[in-house]
Write a protein that binds this ligand. Structure first.
Ligand SMILES: C[S@@+](CC[C@H](N)C(=O)[O-])C[C@H]1O[C@@H](n2cnc3c(N)ncnc32)[C@H](O)[C@@H]1O
Ligand code: SF4
Ligand code: SF4
Length: 396
């Protein structure tokens, strides 16, 4: 019985039949909807916010969401700007769920309150990505565990699957390992990924030492293979390593087809970097299919959700088999540990939520609950040394 429970926990999030359909038909799998351009922060690497624009109305958002669903899209990722600044975000989540979307939301976490988490959960939100770049804030990015860690407590017993994603650049790299350890040690699938390529030089950040970045990326691949909860698939980690080494990678971008973006003005975008002036209400399935082609912006592309979906569409068996192998390894390790200690892990799995790019989400392991007791400790060095999971959980 407990083996079955473990297997369900590890693999339950895959809606395999539904997802498999999208690999063979011409309909889209996922849309990222900018619910607003407005943001309460100003990360130096970000070009995706604009506080001069008003929030779109809930009526417009619902109209666009209905259209996106009518195109056959299965999953919707609510992004921004900062989605939690939109006054009607809970109503929008509820509507997305009512019309059948698997629904996720990406947030910097600053506006999370216990009440907001409960309201989002009640509205049916399945997955939340909290972005955390560092242990402590810096002039480049304020998204740090110092702010987010106390808020993780709100997810105790929540049905919302949680995962953490950080951006790696020169400013964050010295703390990226600690961010990873802090997330993983609490049983939260965690990922850190390279800052996007910056062809138009709009970011106010440097990328950092290539050697250090390569070494870090290699360690992520090893840990993923060993079954750790790195919230991304191996294919996308390998892709990032190739980017760093400037090695060629042959792939066909499916942005604008299997996944697409809709701006906070309702415009159809292929991805966060490639915009069009066409309104989502005018888009047809033929328009989408016309975007199934190699694109002149592919070289160095850092829109990892688009690359990841494209790699899965291209080689579904290979990418999914590797992910399944990694999780099976974790399952085995956990059971071996449980046999030794006589206790089974209590890490709840996710709940059918969209986990773009073969990622995963988690609810809290009861033995690794977040703590509010040390929000001011020196978190900068936390997690630098490899430690047993439970010890690491006490570090921050
Ligand atoms: C644009 S933000 C919107 C949601 C929310 N404000 C947040 O920060 O999570 C969505 C995600 O894109 C990431 N992001 C923004 N600019 C990026 C860049 N230049 N390179 C890599 N990731 C980036 C953010 O860190 C975040 O995880
Ligand atoms: S919090 Fe998100 S949207 Fe706001 S500036 Fe940072 S990355 Fe951009
Ligand atoms: S190659 Fe990258 S930047 Fe170009 S459309 Fe595809 S995802 Fe967007």
């Amino acid at each position: 019985m407990s083996l079955l429970r473990d297997v369900r926990r590890e693999f339950g999030e895959y809606n395999l039949i539904e997802s498999a359909k999208r690999l063979v038909d011409r309909k889209p799998l996922q849309c990222s909807l900018y619910v607003t351009d407005r943001c309460n922060l100003d990360c130096a690497y970000c070009t995706e916010y604009d506080n001069s624009r008003p929030h779109p109305s809930i009526d417009d958002l619902k109209k666009w969401v209905r259209k996106i669903r009518d195109l056959g899209t299965m999953r919707i990722a609510l992004v921004g700007g900062e989605p939690l600044t939109h006054p009607d975000i809970v109503e929008l989540v509820r509507y997305c769920r009512e019309i059948g979307f698997a629904t996720s939301l990406t947030t910097n976490g600053f506006l999370l309150t216990r009440e907001k988490v409960r309201a989002l959960e009640k509205a049916g939100l399945q997955t939340m990505q909290i972005s955390v770049d560092r242990m402590t804030p810096s002039p480049i990015t304020k998204k740090s565990f110092k702010t987010v860690l106390p808020k993780l407590e709100y997810f105790r017993d929540s049905k919302i699957g949680l995962h953490i994603t950080g951006v790696i650049c020169k400013d964050t790299l010295p703390e990226s390992r600690a961010v990873l350890e802090t997330g993983l040690s609490r049983g939260i699938p965690t990922e850190v990924r390279l800052v996007h390529a910056d062809p138009s030089n709009r970011f106010r950040v440097e990328r950092g030492s290539i050697e250090e970045l390569e070494e870090f990326m290699e360690s992520l691949i090893e840990r993923k293979r060993a079954g750790e909860k790195i919230h991304t698939n191996e294919a996308i980690l390998r892709y990032q390593l190739k980017l760093l080494r400037n090695e060629p990678h042959d792939w066909t971008c499916t942005a604008g087809y299997k996944l697409f973006f809709v701006s906070a003005q309702g415009k159809f975008w292929l991805c966060s970097m490639k915009h069009t002036d066409k309104h989502i209400m005018d888009v047809t399935l033929d328009d989408l299919y016309a975007n199934y082609r190699k694109k002149d912006c592919q070289k160095g592309c850092g829109v990892y959700c688009a690359v990841s979906t494209s790699l899965i569409v291209e080689k579904p068996v290979q990418v999914i088999a590797r992910e399944v192998a990694s999780r099976a390894k974790r399952l085995l390790t956990r059971r071996e540990e449980a046999d030794v200690t006589g206790a089974h892990g209590v890490n709840a799995g996710s709940n059918g939520a969209p986990a773009a790019g073969g990622g995963e989400s988690s609810r809290w392991p009861a033995n690794q609950q977040p703590t509010e007791q040390h929000p001011d400790v020196d978190v900068a060095t936390a997690g630098n040394q490899p430690q047993p999971a439970l010890e690491r959980a006490e570090v921050v």
